[in-house]
Design a protein around this ligand. Structure first.
Ligand code: NAD
Length: 466
């Protein structure tokens, strides 16, 4: 063993990274190296026509057997596979076993805008416990068209005006509210009063008082309320939480979490976002909430103080009513500081870095719909686990369906949503006063809740067996 190899072994034994490095190499960079080695050879053959009859090369000998086996005795399972089509045992599934259609809970989606049509409705196709049973829209033609596309019965189509009649529809158990922020309260309350459980988009509502009324309406009607924090079901985020809880990065001192997007005021979905009455606020409510929520679930703690600055360019008419750039700092009880930003004036971006005493961890993006990326680096060695993307939207909907079926509490409760709104209000107060603001709240959540019994937690931080 070379000195360098010995050095690596020593480092492995010392390191708190207890990942199976061989598996990691096979899972990511090893596969890439193999592809790189084969790729150019294939490219050359294809480009030159080498080996093909057309190019004038060697004539193919059809029917000739080629045997590149080494002649060893194959394992029993390899040699005994039947040559004809055959049934095999049920394999382990990576997510919950799907249940039959009539055992899935029926969902109605309220608001057929960008997010509902492009992300949520298609996600029912990947769900295991949920099915689309209703649509609610202010546009009757659109509602009918979408209902036809997804096989929703005419009896499952509602307008905002006759929405309360949903109480008579036993085929609908859960209502998913995907309306502009200021309308979340009205439709959550109406849904609960109609006897339906609720999944409500983030941010929960513009004010803490509105959040409180939503919680009370669901409690009074004995209905479950969940806020749609999809990234709390996303495997890279769950792997990051697990790494932090297992001590891979050591004691966390600093987080840096940034979010941005560029809003085009010609787009209808941007127009209400720039309207304070409908949005509640600007980039902070819409996307800064991802930085805030991630800081909280990554650390598994609640911040006690905030300090913030907000700035919008005076000559940009988009920001006549709501803020553009926000920089806020969260102070956590264990001493960690999170530096977070949100902006409506940058190309789309979101990322999180967590700096601990032993290593740092980075996710970029942190909260996209797909294509996440996670690394852990101790200054000498970098681990980039291979994590399979899942349909986060289906995962969060199925979580609520299962909570309803099993009568358990959703991970992202109304109180969880209200806590973000409470902190957002404190961020505004700090920016307005220039003072550090204390957060008065007794909200707490089990720091391991999101990674306990989660079918979406990837098995990447293995104990080393090499
Ligand atoms: P959107 O503008 O594309 O859709 C809004 C829908 O609400 C439209 O169908 C619109 O017709 C309807 N609507 C009803 N009353 C309205 C009114 N007075 N003004 C404007 N629209 C009205 O917006 P969106 O991007 O789909 O966002 C909807 C909600 O979903 C927001 O709360 C947003 O924060 C949330 N969202 C969440 C995610 C996520 O990843 N979790 C992503 C995008 C949006």
């Amino acid at each position: 063993m070379s000195e360098q190899d010995q050095h690596h072994v020593d480092r492995d034994e010392e390191a708190t990274f207890s990942i199976n490095r061989r598996r990691f190499l096979q899972g990511s960079s090893g596969a890439l190296l193999a592809a790189g080695a084969l790729g150019p050879a294939f490219a050359h053959a294809a480009a030159s026509g080498e080996g093909s009859a057309r190019s004038g090369g060697r004539q193919a000998s059809n029917g000739q057997e080629f045997d590149f086996g080494n002649g060893a005795t194959a394992p029993e399972g390899v040699s005994s596979v039947p040559a004809s089509a055959t049934g095999r045992p049920m394999p382990d599934l990576e997510q919950y076993d799907p249940v039959a259609p009539d055992e899935r809970l029926g969902w109605a989606v309220v608001g057929l805008g960008d997010f509902a049509l492009n992300q949520i409705l298609p996600a029912f196709g990947n769900s295991t416990h949920s099915r689309l049973a209703g649509v609610v829209s202010g546009n009757a033609d659109k509602a009918r068209q979408v209902a036809q596309q997804y096989g929703v019965a005419d009896s499952g189509i509602y307008s905002y005006d006759n929405f309360d009649e949903i109480s008579d529809n036993d085929d609908i158990d859960i209502v998913y509210i995907i309306l502009p922020n200021a309308l979340h309260e009205e439709f959550t309350v109406r849904a609960a009063q109609a006897g339906k459980h609720v999944l409500c988009e983030k941010p929960m509502a513009p004010s803490v008082e509105a959040c409180q009324r939503m919680i009370e309406a669901c409690r009074d009607n004995d209905r479950k309320l969940m806020i749609a924090y999809r990234e709390q079901f996303e495997p890279h985020n769950l792997a990051a939480i697990k790494a932090i809880r297992d001590g891979m990065v050591g004691d966390v001192n600093l987080l840096s979490v940034n979010t941005g997007v560029s809003l085009d005021p010609e787009e209808p979905s941007a127009q209400w976002r720039l309207n304070k009455a409908l949005a509640g606020g600007g980039s902070l409510y819409d996307i800064g909430i991802y930085a805030l929520n991630a800081s909280r679930y990554l650390l598994g703690e609640e911040p006690t103080q905030v300090f913030a600055r907000i700035h919008s360019r005076e000559d940009d008419p988009r920001f006549a009513q709501v803020e553009d750039n926000v920089a806020f700092q969260l102070i956590f009880p264990n001493g960690a500081v999170a530096n977070c930003t949100s902006s409506y004036s940058t190309p789309k971006n979101n990322e999180a870095s967590v700096f601990g005493t032993k290593a740092w961890l980075r996710m970029a993006p942190l909260s996209n719909y797909y294509n996440h990326w996670l690394i852990v680096d101790d200054g000498n060695q970098r681990i980039e686990p291979s994590i399979q993307e899942i349909d986060q939207f289906a995962a969060e909907m199925d979580h609520l369906s299962r909570c309803v079926q099993d009568d358990t509490a959703p991970h992202a409760s109304g109180e969880e949503g209200m806590q973000d709104v409470r902190i957002i209000r404190a961020i505004y107060e700090s920016a307005a006063t220039g003072e550090m603001v204390s957060i008065e709240s007794d909200y707490e959540r089990d720091p391991n809740l999101l990674i306990t019994d989660s079918p979406n937690l990837p098995d990447v931080w293995q104990q080393s067996d090499s």
